[in-house]
Design a protein around this ligand. Structure first.
Ligand code: F6R
Length: 241
């Protein structure tokens, strides 16, 4: 695990975005794994900027997102599909038909999970996966647990996740389930970038970098991967360096 520390989240995001650009410049038809949430937002702003400046094109890129709520329309502002369109895809030249996200409205959700995993494999696997981290060490919607859920699967959201995200759902009840790539789906990516900022992430970062490797701290499992870069700002990295 490589730790890359910057004074600010902007610094971390800029460095991480340059690594993503490098990936796409080396391999134009890269398969990128995207995350939602506040952590990667600045990265996405830099990617949009670099695209607009003509530094990079995403024309041949294929995208897979980590997770999506169950029971929500793709067009709903709280869906992760909408988030990606709004914060990245509609601002760059990526082919929207190559942007994959789990369908939380599928009639057969188990089949949807299976198909998603197959789609990742038939695209040749993810070249670079972007991750955020929860304060409890979750990655995707893989919450702390006694066992690892390896593949794309359905999760019942924890009460703390529901409590912290329900404020964003003004016109509907917050979904209680989601589909997420599993730990093995994430670990199969050739390269992983995790970005964390703020003091509330500091303990999870410390435990993931130095603590026991355990599904109780899902991000700690990333230490078993040969190519992981963890981008932290001073606050998120305060216990580790
Ligand atoms: C989002 C995701 C989550 C977030 C994590 C951190 O697709 O998979 O694991 O990365 O909850 O969220 P933020 O970045 O909002 O602090």
């Amino acid at each position: 695990m490589k730790i890359i520390r910057s004074a600010t989240h902007f610094g971390s995001s800029k460095k991480a975005s340059l690594e993503i650009c490098r990936q796409v410049l080396i391999k134009k038809d890269s398969v990128l794994g995207f995350a939602t949430g506040s952590s990667p937002m600045e990265i996405y702003k830099y990617l949009i900027q670099y695209y607009k400046e003509g530094l990079v094109t995403f024309k041949q890129v294929t995208a897979f997102n980590l997770d999506e709520y169950v029971g929500i329309e793709k067009t709903h502002p709280n869906s992760y599909a909408y988030f990606m369109k709004d914060n990245l895809f509609s601002h760059i030249d990526i082919d929207i038909n190559k942007c994959n996200i789990e369908n939380g409205l599928a009639d057969d959700l188990e089949k949807e999970c299976e198909n998603y995993e197959k789609a990742i494999d038939s695209a040749g696997g993810i070249d670079l996966q972007i991750l955020g981290i929860g304060t409890n060490g979750h990655i995707g919607f893989n919450e702390p647990s006694d066992k690892i859920s390896a593949k794309t699967h359905i999760v019942k959201l924890t009460q703390s996740t529901i409590d912290s995200n329900s404020k964003y759902f003004s016109d509907m009840q917050m979904p209680t389930k989601a589909i997420t790539m599993g730990i093995a789906s994430i670990m199969k990516a050739k390269k992983i970038i995790l970005i964390a900022s703020g003091k509330e992430k500091a303990q999870a970062i410390y435990d993931s970098v130095y603590g026991e490797i355990t599904p109780k701290m899902p991000a700690s499992i990333l230490r078993l991967h040969p190519d992981v870069s963890v981008y932290v700002d001073d606050e998120a990295g305060k216990f580790i360096i």
